[in-house]
Design a protein around this ligand. Sequence first.
Ligand code: PLP
Length: 371
Amino acid sequence: MDDYSGHYCLMCPGPVNVSQRVMQAMIGSEIGHREIEFSALLENIRRNCLKIMNLPETSYAMVVITGSGSAANEAVICSAIQPDDVVLSLATGEFGRRLGDISKIYNPNTVIHAQEWGTPLDLAWVEDYLRTHRVDWVTMVHNETCTGELQPVREVGALCKKYGAKLFVDAVSSFMADPLDLVDCNVTFMSTSSGKAIGMAPGLSLVVGKIDAFEALTHYPVRNYYLSLARHYDFFVNKRQTPNTPAIALFIALNEALRMILEEGIQERLAFQAQKAAQFRNGICSLGLSLLHPDHVLSNAVSTVILPEHTGFSELREALRSRNFIVYGGKGPLMDKVFQVSTMGHVDLNDVNALIDALRDILADHLHSVA
Ligand SMILES: *Cc1c(COP(=O)(O)O)cnc(C)c1O
């Protein structure tokens, strides 16, 4: 294969389809990152991002790191959490677990609270643990992408406040799909990435957090040079630059994607994500298929559907791929039990309907071949 171009309808939980306007922004992006144009661009991104999140500029800051969402997660964990801090990592699934795995590399005092995927977080256990143990940081995921279930950030944030712990939330797959108020939820740092519900290409990750917490980093030892949040913050605040050569074209496109969200309206964008998710879920039910845990608190970013009987995921994946749709299979214990469909990014209600129609065709063909 020597043609790598594609025009798939990406209905997988990242990467997502990108609008023409954002794509166009990347073209003609020949500016230097040590020049005033780049500094102005960074300042715009900062201002618009805080505006979108409804955060006061006097007490919240953000940095953009070149790298996928995991870069932001590792940057926070290696920079904000000190070697002798105690970390309680709420492993609600694959992505919660990864935060714990990163934390273990930098912090021997990491306790991973693992629970069965798709079971709601046991808040009574969390409270009991915080009451009876010293915990400096709690890490958790907002939308546990592997199940598409939202986690109780507000409740955990309140417990952190009560017992004096700081909270780091991975909102990579929920930002701009599900509302999250960092002030209300008592979140110290939050991470997200360009390539999910922001509707941009992958390659940039964002860390948003309290200015006090960013400032405190400057007193800590640097434990990872490239991903040092302190260095990113220092360059951002003092020079409006990045420590190393950034993915300039992606920064320009991110700026455009954030502008589009503001033009459309934040509530409108969130409502549209909710509408697309609801339309897909209704469609799934009309086909006689079932969602995994429809009674749990589901994210508007991704839907997890139980595979129809006698259908392997690879078969379904290929049938959808040949109709131009990309979806993902289940991970870990959900492998070959579910498939996952995301309605994030530049897809509209027609695309959602087209996917449901494609699934209807595939199921009919399949029944035919089984009969
Ligand atoms: C996508 C995702 C990430 C980041 O994964 P990358 O492979 O680094 O893009 C992190 N956390 C969650 C919850 C995600 O959905």
